[in-house]
Design a protein around this ligand. Structure first.
Ligand code: ZN
Length: 237
């Protein structure tokens, strides 16, 4: 049974947000998506998210109630950020102990914009793929941050928003397993073929876990998660 209420999913076209979108489609009768163009170095992310959305719409029961998609342009965020996602900077660890892929406060902004849209669309559930189990340790992905922001947004807009982060406590292997639970091999195939994770924007090299350079931190996480998930599957078979 689907909940009548609507949900707005922060959807980037990556593996995590695709699983979150499927999770939302399994629970809510009306699901909309929001994405952000902040001058990402690799436009491939924005191209792939369109592909994932159009393929998901063909997923019978799961995709039939996938609603509107919006992409907001936030070029200032790119201009403010000296990171390897928006500039030609090598991916490494900074002196603050954060990877150079960190865009300061990105998720705070994204969720606040999402809430502003949700407010107008009469949606009170926001869903995002933030995960504190990733080694990257982005402080705006931590549960405490998300819960505090949920409180602040609810106070600031004077309506009660809930932010759901289905991946917060699970690792990448469990994210693959969750995708399989929701949509079987078809959804796993869609994630492999069309979602984009690689920090270098590589769509040339195809691995069993999808496309990517295979060596950047995002590819390593995705590949390791895939291998662990497949091993767990075999052990339980
Ligand atoms: Zn990569």
């Amino acid at each position: 049974m689907l909940q009548d209420a609507g949900a707005l999913v922060l959807f980037s076209g990556g593996q995590d947000s695709t699983v979150c979108l499927a999770w939302a489609l399994q629970r809510y009768a009306r699901v909309e998506t929001i994405g952000f163009d902040y001058g990402q170095r690799h436009r491939v992310e924005l191209i792939q998210r369109e592909k994932v959305l159009s393929r998901l719409r063909t997923f019978g029961d799961l995709g039939s109630h996938l609603g509107d998609d919006r992409v907001l342009e936030l070029p200032e965020l790119g201009r403010l950020s000296e990171t390897s996602l928006t500039r030609d900077v090598a991916i490494a660890m900074s002196e603050a102990g954060l990877p150079t892929t960190f865009v300061p406060g990105r998720n705070l902004l994204f969720l606040t914009y999402a809430a502003a849209l949700a407010y107008r669309r009469d949606i009170r559930a926001l869903i995002g793929g933030m995960c504190e189990t990733d080694f990257s340790g982005y402080p705006d992905c931590r549960n405490a941050t998300i819960q505090a922001l949920s409180h602040a947004i609810s106070l600031g807009m004077d309506v009660s928003f809930d932010i759901y982060t289905p991946l917060m406590r699970i690792d990448k292997a469990a994210t693959w397993a969750l995708a399989h639970d929701i949509g079987g091999e078809d959804l796993v195939n869609l994630i492999v073929e069309d979602t984009h994770t690689c920090y270098l924007g590589d769509r040339q090299h195809r691995h069993d876990w999808g496309y990517g350079c295979g060596t950047c931190p995002a590819c390593e996480l995705r590949a390791n998660g895939w291998r662990t998930w497949r091993q767990r599957q075999h052990r339980h078979a």
